[in-house]
Design a protein around this ligand. Structure first.
Ligand code: NCD
Length: 322
């Protein structure tokens, strides 16, 4: 099969399927643009005209609250029409094939497809088949990639920490099945993060050839020591076929973030979680709602990042650098 590229002209994105291969300057540009879409607390959200006349279709085949709502709001706030469809896109779906669905929506003049699917390869498959003016953005691909989440996590860290070079970032939980961890680590590596640590029980640790350069810990207490950023992950039960599933009380004891454990990190450490949270499992309620939690800021940043990505792609199509 021919080599696929998510880039259009001039090193700019036509699609966004993965953060792999993005130059640090492009990542920084997207973070910068996103920052400009944020308003102050209490103010109305910022709006623009970058997508005036465009139509964005959200095609989500897995559950989503934050990602889907924020793509929709991002599209609307940039002047686009938005349509949301719950669907099974992958080849497991019965009836109408993936491409029939895409071609049907393309006939309604959809400009951007945002796609979430449990099966690897679906976003690229669609991107290979759409018309030249149409773009595809991944809203989460299997356990592999969640590029806009990686960007919003990087933006959140940048806002609170001012940079990446001197930081120790600890990602904790089901790293093995997490597209969030993969995209965050790709973004952080590109931005030159000081130290990336992974904390997980052996069965939820990724294979050795993944997450190059990351330090691996089975002990949460060791992995959180003096960390600047602690990113908690949900157990991706839907991606764990083997039974038995982990014992949740035992899991909380070993890998739950409690106030006592958070004391081992730096006093000004921030706590992140992509959502949805399982309070009392990977994170205790007092920490989730506590002063070090930036979980809701991540959500706010998610809309801004998606506006930045959509506006970037629109500018690529117009053939200008924005
Ligand atoms: C994550 C996802 O879907 O990968 N959620 C999100 O997009 N904010 C994380 C998860 O489901 O655990």
């Amino acid at each position: 099969m021919a080599e696929f590229s998510q880039f259009g002209g001039g090193g700019r994105l036509r699609h966004l399927l993965t953060l792999d291969g993005l130059e640090p300057d492009l990542i920084r540009e997207l973070l910068d643009r996103a920052g400009a879409w944020l308003s102050r607390p209490g103010e109305l959200p910022r709006r623009g005209h970058e997508l005036q006349g465009w139509t964005v279709a959200n095609l989500f085949a897995e559950p989503s609250t934050r990602t889907r709502a924020s793509f929709e709001l991002a599209a609307l706030r940039l002047g686009a029409d938005a349509v949301n469809l719950d669907m099974m896109l992958s080849s497991r779906a019965k009836g109408e094939s993936v491409l029939d669905t895409i071609y049907t929506l393309q006939a309604m003049q959809v400009d951007v497809f945002v796609i979430r699917d449990a099966e690897p390869g679906v976003p690229e498959y669609v991107a290979r088949h759409v018309e030249p003016q149409v773009s595809v953005i991944s809203g989460g691909e299997a356990h592999l990639s969640h590029p806009t989440q990686g960007l919003l996590d990087a933006l959140t860290i940048l806002q609170y920490k001012g940079g990446f070079r001197d930081l120790a970032v600890t990602i904790v939980g089901d790293v093995r099945h997490s597209r969030v961890a993969r995209s965050a680590s790709t973004a952080l590596a590109a931005l030159g993060v000081g130290e990336l640590r992974l904390v997980a029980p052996a069965e939820l640790m990724p294979d050795a050839d993944e997450f190059p350069g990351a330090l691996r810990f089975e002990s949460f207490d060791a992995g959180i020591a003096h960390a600047d950023v602690v990113m908690m992950l949900r157990i991706q039960r839907e991606r764990i076929a083997a039974t038995p599933q982990p014992d949740l009380a035992r899991y909380h004891e070993l890998y739950g973030l409690t106030a006592a454990r958070l004391h081992r990190a730096r006093p000004e450490a921030i706590v992140m979680h992509p959502g949805p949270m399982n309070r009392g499992v990977e994170i205790s309620t007092d920490v989730a709602d506590g002063p070090q939690s930036v979980i809701r800021r991540q959500v706010t940043n998610g809309v801004a990042i998606r506006m930045a990505v959509l506006a970037h792609i629109a500018a690529t199509r117009r053939g200008c650098a924005l």
